[in-house]
Design a protein around this ligand. Sequence first.
Ligand SMILES: [Zn+2]
Length: 300
Amino acid sequence: MIPFVSMPPFEYGRADAVSPLIQRVIANNPGPFTFTGTGTYIVGGPDAGAGVAVIDPGPLDETHLAALLAAVAGRRVSHVLVTHTHRDHAPLARPFAAAVGAPVLAARPPARTIHVSAALDEEDDETFTPDVVLAGGEVVRGDGWTLEALATPGHASNHMAFVLREENALFSGDHVMGWSTTVVAPPDGDMTAYMDSLDRVIARGFSTLWPTHGAPVTGPGPFLAAYRAHRLAREAQIVERLAAGDRRIAEIVPNLYAAVDARLWPAASLSVWAHLIALEAAGRARARPNAAIDADWSLT
Ligand SMILES: [Zn+2]
């Protein structure tokens, strides 16, 4: 079982100091994939004149823009960082950056021809373009803070997490969330990359994870171990279904998700597909005629 964390009471639009160097403002966009809404993080001290960075300005929402501008008033925003291009994270980056005169830093957006399924309500912001393209490993500094870009592809091909070195903390975006597992939906989502990124985060031994949605994970060690085990258990179940003779995702999903509301099966199908593609890449499964969602799958 993953030790999920619940969200303590909060108010939309209010800047809350959640650690010595972190403030959070939550946008009023709750939903099945955003939980209580997008949490925009401001990194830096609270003093007037201090330089700060802002992570994931969020959805295109005038009220949230006004709340962010009020939250940074009197301080200088030196960097606007974006974890990935999904619409609940990226679209407000450009107007916010323009208003404060800061550059936008993010990984290169996915090829515009790649679409995340509408079934997931996790569409790409197709207009998003960073000023500075990050590949991972870059370090930016401000007054008393140091942020390092940590490439974490999987949920999205261009997912970037950010390490706050002074607090041994990670802004984990949608890569690791305290309230839920992460959607990994092909073609842009990639389960092999996701698991590699998870191992990269585990290896760093962070003290706290700050996801874009929901409360922080304050005991990342056991949490991440459970998160990882959950994926491996799901993979093992899929291998079992193939061994039992299931050939198509449409057969596997009703078997594996019998206890789950059928309205969630389209999303579950994408997750099973992601696992099958990873199994094929590892040489453990075969797809005919190719690894499409309606392919005929078998064990090798
Ligand atoms: Zn996302």
